[in-house]
Write a protein that binds this ligand. Structure first.
Ligand SMILES: CC(C)(COP(=O)(O)OP(=O)(O)OC[C@H]1O[C@@H](n2cnc3c(N)ncnc32)[C@H](O)[C@@H]1OP(=O)(O)O)[C@@H](O)C(=O)NCCC(=O)NCCS
Length: 239
């Protein structure tokens, strides 16, 4: 699968995909038609607007799968900050996770256990080698050190988003875990996960199809996950 579709607002009611498939929504936050003009004048205001748009879109999207208006979606946080559906939706197997970079919001929705997503806008990563030495296992940091630009930055972001999507799927937080995740190849594949993760041989890591200039990974605690990427935009198209 791993294809790229386009759709526009308003969102139609959606059926939760089967367990092996997750839908990855890609949304340009500045294109969301919310009237927040009085906030646009300073950095703090613009951040508040971004956050409002993010919350609005997240609720709208989840509501389209849950069959309710966005305002009726109950969201709570795990002890470590992972957002999940509240008790009210206990009967629904929907899982989700989100990530933002620049103007882009990525939301992955599905029913596979422990979904996680991480997205980054492609850019030159001047500290790629230093960051890899600090957060990646030694062999991965060494293999990056042999690359020239733009391959170095691109490979670094692939490995970074891969790692972070796994951490976010697990829900544990980045501290002390990044260099216990061993990846290899291109696109990155899981070589070894921390021993204390449940069913360490049953995790999926997918690099989805994305608009140019973005790199992302989706992870879940299920084998053979496939991703259907959907761009929400204001050009023609339907989902
Ligand atoms: C979650 C985390 C990996 C985010 O990374 P990031 O690259 O800065 O940001 P991203 O845009 O990719 O993702 C942020 C989103 O991830 C989600 N998130 C937050 N904590 C999460 C967790 N533990 N697991 C999965 N997702 C999480 C949230 O939706 C957050 O967005 P929001 O705060 O706007 O709702 C990082 O902040 C982290 O390590 N958090 C854990 C904090 C922690 O361990 N706290 C300990 C408390 S005891």
């Amino acid at each position: 699968m791993n294809d790229l579709r386009h759709t526009t607002l308003p969102l139609r009611p959606r059926v939760l995909p089967e367990e092996q498939v997750a839908e990855l929504w890609l949304i340009r936050l500045s294109a969301i038609p919310l009237d927040a003009s009085r906030d646009a004048n300073d950095r703090k205001g613009r951040l508040r607007q971004q956050r409002m748009r993010q919350q609005f879109m997240l609720r709208l999207l989840l509501g389209s799968y849950l069959g309710c208006p966005g305002r009726d979606v109950e969201l709570v946080r795990s002890e470590r900050g992972k957002p999940v559906l509240g008790e009210k939706h206990a009967d629904c197997p929907l899982r989700f996770n989100l990530s933002h970079s620049g103007d882009w919001l990525a939301v992955v929705v599905g029913s596979a256990a422990h979904l996680g997503v991480d997205i980054e806008c492609e850019r030159p990563m001047v500290r790629a080698i230093a960051l890899a030495k600090r957060y990646f296992p030694e062999d991965e940091a060494r293999s990056l050190a042999g690359l020239d630009e733009p391959f170095l930055s691109r490979r670094f972001l692939q490995y970074w988003t891969a790692r972070e999507s796994l951490v976010k799927a697990h829900g544990c937080g980045l501290a002390g875990v990044l260099n216990r995740i061993h990846l290899g190849g291109s696109p990155p594949a899981i070589r070894q996960l921390p021993d204390d993760w449940p069913a360490a041989n049953r995790w999926s890591l997918v690099m989805p199809h994305l608009p140019a200039g973005l790199v992302a990974h989706v992870a879940s605690q299920s084998t053979g996950l496939k991703i259907r990427s959907i761009v929400l935009d204001h050009s023609a198209g339907s989902g």
